[in-house]
Design a protein around this ligand. Structure first.
Ligand code: PRP
Length: 175
């Protein structure tokens, strides 16, 4: 069993500041036409981030990538769904996820989008965890970087719970 840390790891205010900085940095450095968000975790981040891009023609698509099930450990097996009608042929894609942990999801999804015909794929994550990387991949744009820890809130879940909280919290094992 897990309990929430006493204080948020990142407050809602700190997250909004970071999302604004990140959005402005991406807008300066990458002219893209399509955002692809990975459900479910990125739904909050995408909705905040996309409002910092001045180009009104940018499209927003979501597909589902799942690797954890109800566990706190990645299963390593990537399950992609809701992508049957995904049309990104020739598009310049910004792939957005909430967290980069082992990297297996981001690596798998970059490959998936390239195979679907994307002209270019660059990636953005709100939070990267450095300790447990298995795939040789870096996100092109990163908000926060932490060593390790099980984090929830702002879209991040534990067995589907905690996603709606505006702050990001660490879950700690109950002693
Ligand atoms: C989480 C998170 C990332 C992925 C990162 O998704 O949203 O997509 O894990 O982990 P990795 O770097 O070890 O691959 P999850 O499979 O839990 O699905 P969810 O988005 O529905 O929470």
């Amino acid at each position: 069993m897990y309990k929430m840390s006493l204080m948020p790891l990142f407050t809602a205010e700190a997250i909004q500041e970071m999302v604004q900085l990140l959005g402005e940095k991406i807008a300066r450095n990458y002219k893209f036409d399509t955002i692809v968000g990975l459900l479910t975790g990125s739904f909050v981040f995408v909705s905040d981030l996309c409002r910092h891009f001045p180009d009104p023609k940018i499209k927003v698509l979501f597909i589902k990538a799942s690797s954890y099930g109800d566990s706190t450990e990645s299963s390593g097996k990537l399950d992609v769904s809701l992508a049957k009608d995904l049309d990104i042929s020739g598009k310049k894609v910004l792939l957005v996820d909430d967290i980069l942990d082992t990297g297996l999801t981001l690596q798998g999804m970059v490959k998936f989008l390239q195979e679907k015909g994307a002209a270019e794929v660059r990636s953005c994550v709100l939070l990267e965890k450095r300790a447990r990387r298995k795939a040789d991949i870096k996100a092109d744009f990163v908000g926060f970087s932490i060593e390790d820890g099980f984090v929830v809130g702002y879209g991040l879940d534990c067995a589907g719970e905690y996603r709606t909280m505006p702050d990001i919290w660490t879950l700690e094992p109950e002693t």
